[in-house]
Design a protein around this ligand. Structure first.
Ligand SMILES: NC(=O)c1ccc[n+]([C@@H]2O[C@H](COP(=O)([O-])OP(=O)(O)OC[C@H]3O[C@@H](n4cnc5c(N)ncnc54)[C@H](OP(=O)(O)O)[C@@H]3O)[C@@H](O)[C@H]2O)c1
Length: 250
């Protein structure tokens, strides 16, 4: 792996984000949201409807290391449905690594879904030891929610209130301030709109996709925010960019 910024150097890929623990908040607020995404050169977040075909080994390792750095992985219902998310148990080594740094061995998983349209047979609900949180709204179909009751921890909000700020504040109130947002673009937009993205880990894959896949943040309203470059690594053509919310131009 080549380090391109801040200092040029070479190291084993295994050094990538090793030992990283997300902060519990910024100088002026509790909670820290790190976004982790992969995109093609032309900004597509999916190939054939899923992100898996875009990144290489370094991207997979980055995601694994970030899942060793957080209290909770936050994900939108579209991603859970499209990518058939599973529970986040991780390897024994990752569980030990997390525990050694004072984190719970397995991060919680929080799914945001206004409609509650989540099939209880999805793999993500299959581990009774690690039920996900589902942040949903009182506009959701009550029968759908009832089917999830013994497979997930349901948190129901008044319709229209599940903005980025409420989601983050709720997770902080549950003792889960280190938040890794794993997408997708619609959820990312809700966070960006309320200026709740503190850090972005983006893998830029050396691929052009074309078509109509979304960008990493996608929604109706523009909400420009400035970010500052923290580090750049390269491995097998993948560029791993890390940016932090800052004062740079929007
Ligand atoms: N390249 C990458 O790194 C990456 C990462 C993740 C996903 N993806 C791709 O992104 C695509 C999915 O995109 P997407 O935009 O549909 O994903 P998404 O943001 O995961 O899901 C959108 C759904 O999440 C729920 N949701 C999101 N924000 C909400 C809010 N503020 N309030 C209430 N509900 C909210 C809604 O669920 P309900 O419909 O249930 O109400 C909404 O329809 C897939 O192709 C996936 O492969 C790519």
């Amino acid at each position: 792996m080549r380090h391109l910024h801040p200092e040029p150097a070479e190291s084993d890929l295994d050094e990538l984000y090793r030992g990283l623990t997300l902060p519990t908040g910024g100088p002026d607020r509790d909670g820290w949201v790190a976004l982790c995404m992969v995109s093609s050169l032309d900004g597509a977040v999916a190939l054939d409807g899923v992100s898996g075909g875009l990144g290489g080994d370094a991207d997979l390792l980055a995601l694994s290391r970030l899942r060793a750095s957080n209290d909770v992985s936050l994900v939108g219902a579209g991603t859970v449905r499209d990518e058939r998310y599973g529970p986040l148990r991780g390897s024994a080594a990752r569980r030990e690594d997390r525990a050694a740094r004072g984190l719970r061995p397995v991060p919680r998983l929080a799914i945001v879904s206004r409609s509650g349209a989540l099939d209880p047979e999805l793999p993500v609900f299959a581990d009774p030891e690690h039920p996900p949180l589902v942040l949903t709204s009182d506009a959701a179909d009550q029968r759908r929610l009832a089917r999830l009751e013994d497979r997930a921890e349901l948190h129901v909000f008044p319709d229209g209130q599940l903005g980025g700020g409420v989601v983050v504040e709720h997770l902080v109130s549950l003792g889960l301030p280190r938040i890794l947002c794993e997408g997708g673009p619609t959820l990312n937009q809700a966070l960006l709109t309320e200026d709740r993205i503190d850090e972005v880990f983006l893998t830029l894959a050396p691929t052009l996709v074309g078509g109509s896949a979304a960008r990493i943040v996608a929604g109706r309203a523009e909400a420009p925010r400035g970010f500052e470059l923290v580090s750049v690594f390269e491995h097998a053509g993948d560029l791993l960019l890390r940016h932090r919310r800052g004062t740079h131009r929007p």
